[in-house]
Design a protein around this ligand. Structure first.
Ligand SMILES: NC(=O)c1ccc[n+]([C@@H]2O[C@H](COP(=O)([O-])OP(=O)(O)OC[C@H]3O[C@@H](n4cnc5c(N)ncnc54)[C@H](OP(=O)(O)O)[C@@H]3O)[C@@H](O)[C@H]2O)c1
Length: 245
């Protein structure tokens, strides 16, 4: 498989990229930091990648970088089967309420920019007859929650976009995979207390790769979150107000 990843220099994206490298898939990395990209490419080459790992510039907060970045990926790999987006930023609610500029960055990166990036990738995949677009949303988008009002709203919008895309283009050959992680220990969550079911990126990576191979429309990682969120989504609002979730 020929895979492009945006956000694979750290965390879950890096763990997923390592899985692809270990089984010999062709990889192109997109990211904003040249040094991080170089380090990540070397790491993947040392983990059994069959060929040299190339990379290119793409900053989620600079939409003008999307088309050139993806064009470079397409040209280097001579076509692409899957685009994986794990890039994103987090902001705790208390922090975002006092830092307007950061709140704007989180909302822009996690919704508007991610959607615009996906639109460019989607058009390219469909032009080639189809492929897989795998994007990391979050369980935080499944229900409005007091601890993640803004981040959760951005992820809710992203999940809705991905579902709409799936309904609109699956028959044309575009397989949309929306990944909804629970709490995963990465740089993003380093300052937060780990709740029950917290896990490491390596635990969720095989499940994500399997979902990409199968074209599963929605995948909770780890799987237990599917059942937790099923229950949470059914809770009446007065009960949601009472529980500390
Ligand atoms: N960790 C969790 O518990 C959790 C839970 C639910 C959902 N998620 C979602 O899962 C995804 C991956 O999270 P993670 O925990 O693996 O995050 P992470 O370890 O913080 O890694 C984030 C990745 O995004 C890249 N990135 C950030 N801003 C970017 C920008 N402006 N342009 C390009 N790349 C950018 C980073 O690149 P640099 O190396 O340049 O920083 C890094 O590779 C995110 O969408 C996150 O919202 C995470």
């Amino acid at each position: 498989m020929k895979v492009v990843l945006l956000g694979a220099t750290k965390g879950m994206g890096r763990a997923v990229a390592r899985k692809f490298a270990e089984r010999g898939d062709s990889i192109f990395l997109l990211g904003r930091d040249q040094d991080e990209l170089e380090r990540s490419a070397l790491d993947l080459e040392n983990r059994g990648a069959r060929q040299r790992i190339e990379y290119g510039f793409c900053d989620l907060l600079q939409p003008r970088s999307f088309e050139p970045g993806l064009a470079q990926a397409w040209e280097t790999l001579d076509g692409v089967d899957a685009v994986v987006v794990t890039a994103g930023i987090f902001g705790a609610q208390e922090d975002l309420e006092v830092r307007d500029a950061h709140a704007a960055r989180v909302l822009t990166a996690d919704f508007t920019s991610t959607v615009l990036f996906c639109e460019v990738a989607r058009k390219r995949l469909l032009e080639d007859g189809g492929g897989t677009l795998c994007v990391f949303s979050s369980v935080a988008g499944d229900r409005g929650r007091s601890k993640v009002v803004l981040y959760g709203a951005a992820k809710a919008g992203l999940s809705a976009y991905l579902e709409g895309l799936d309904h609109r283009y699956r028959r044309a050959g575009l397989r949309t995979v929306c990944v909804k992680p629970g709490f995963v220990r990465t740089a993003m969550t380093a300052d937060l207390d780990a709740p029950p079911f917290a896990c490491d990126p390596e635990t969720i990576a095989p499940r994500v790769v399997r979902a990409i191979d199968r074209g599963t429309p929605v995948v909770y990682v780890p799987g237990i979150w599917r059942w937790v969120l099923l229950a949470i989504r059914m809770l009446p609002r007065f009960a949601m107000r009472r529980i500390d979730f």
